[in-house]
Ligand binder design. Sequence first.
Ligand SMILES: NC(=O)C1=CN([C@@H]2O[C@H](COP(=O)(O)OP(=O)(O)OC[C@H]3O[C@@H](n4cnc5c(N)ncnc54)[C@H](OP(=O)(O)O)[C@@H]3O)[C@@H](O)[C@H]2O)C=CC1
Ligand SMILES: CCCCCC(=O)O
Length: 482
Amino acid sequence: MDSSTSGIRPNYINGEWRPAEAYSERRNPSDLSESIGRFAMASPSDVADAVTAAHQALPGWSAETPQKRQDILNRAADIVIRRKDELAVLLSREEGKTLVEAKAEVMKAGETFRYFAGEAVRMAGASLRSVRAGVDIDMRREPVGVMALITPWNFPFSIPVWKSAPALAYGNCAILKPADLTNAIAWELAKILHEAGVPPGVFQLVMGGAETGAALVSDQGIDGVSFTGSGAVGRRIAKDVVDRGVRLQLELGGKNPLYVASDADMAKAVDAVIKGGFYSTGQRCTASSRIIVDAAIHERFVEELLVRTRALRIGHALDPKSDIGPLASAPQLQRVSGFVAEAEQDGAERRYGGDRLDRETQGYFFSPAIFTRGDMRQIINREEVFGPVISIFKAQDFDAAVRIANATEYGLSAGIFTSSHAKARAFMRASTAGMVMVNLPTVGSDYHVPFGGRGASAYGPKEMGLGAVEFFTETKTAYIAD
Ligand SMILES: NC(=O)C1=CN([C@@H]2O[C@H](COP(=O)(O)OP(=O)(O)OC[C@H]3O[C@@H](n4cnc5c(N)ncnc54)[C@H](OP(=O)(O)O)[C@@H]3O)[C@@H](O)[C@H]2O)C=CC1
Ligand SMILES: CCCCCC(=O)O
């Protein structure tokens, strides 16, 4: 499958591995001396060929039995589970998350394939009586068509699977354009689906940068786009596709609050902030970035958080002693460092961290940053940092905490730590987020329920679970009289 002459991993178009002269190379963010590999950059004509191949495959695939689709997705799940250790090592080497986090991501991808394998035979409609005599109604679901899947680098295996599995389960054809930072693990996904027996043109991989993504989105043969990434790019894609009547699903950023009430279990709340704010090097759309703490416990909370944060081990993602790996890239390091500098200029008090770290290998290592004196006028509390940086607010009471929590254009995830069920229920009702966590970190989600946000965090149907069928199928209602 490799282009033997150059060792460049080829694209996967119409069931064949297609080489290209242009390539990009990825280096391990934990150890820049190590190359992860070289990956072919798909040209606009490669993208056009993929869209043509998808349309050629669509009639057969959409008419395929649900059993056949289920079998292929179950085989993909089997391969993922069988290869989970090597896939996790590759993911950790390429993206920089620790091996523990990489294994969790790979397992979640395998479970997602298994879930949507089952969904293939549960593509349910409804039969109803009409309000008119002698008329029956049949409502059924049908595939949308050729779907462009555009994914970010921070969950470079599970997000492509989150999109590919339902797309295929419901009879669509899918063309994946992964982030250029993380082609290696996406290439393995193409290999897995090829081995699982996906027919030519049903699933395809076109690697490349923003220009490859733009060529795919703007192709007139695309029937739907599922995008996960930054708000800026999502809005650009929306401008391009909505006028064309192309179906669109955007999963964007977050500025997620975690409220620690005075009756919270302090140790659990501190642990949740560490996991939600700093693990995965803070590079999660669901990361806890605004921590709101009741005034009565504010200083005790900050002190306990500082003790735990100082003990964190920042290092090579594959080192079992590392709690936190490097940032994913040089631009990420520059971006996060810039936010730290701005925060201090905006009046936030830097209590810990926020600096680039040297380690035995050259990498993008960065110390988790803790700011107090949080204020919504500070840029760090309005824009997504996408790094291990948290800002702590002091709240005088519950209502003040809810106001701060909701004071954002985003609405992805929000959390509360409290021992009061009444307070938890009140927060769940008052939150403007699409997902609310009670006594849990703001990160983490189950694969069988809808995932997604509101406001600037999303557009269109939710992903995953019962949400996926709304995006990856069209309903058709038939009225039948004798
Ligand atoms: N809501 C959610 O579920 C999640 C949201 N995110 C968000 O993603 C962001 C980080 O990921 P990141 O990859 O940097 O996001 P980007 O928006 O930069 O990129 C996302 C994807 O879009 C591609 N792309 C870039 N420009 C265009 C374009 N003009 N047309 C089509 N495709 C394009 C990128 O390609 P390339 O990278 O090759 O340039 C990449 O594959 C954060 O904001 C984070 O919050 C991340 C995970 C989950
Ligand atoms: C897989 C994409 C988003 C995952 C959200 C989370 O686990 O926090």
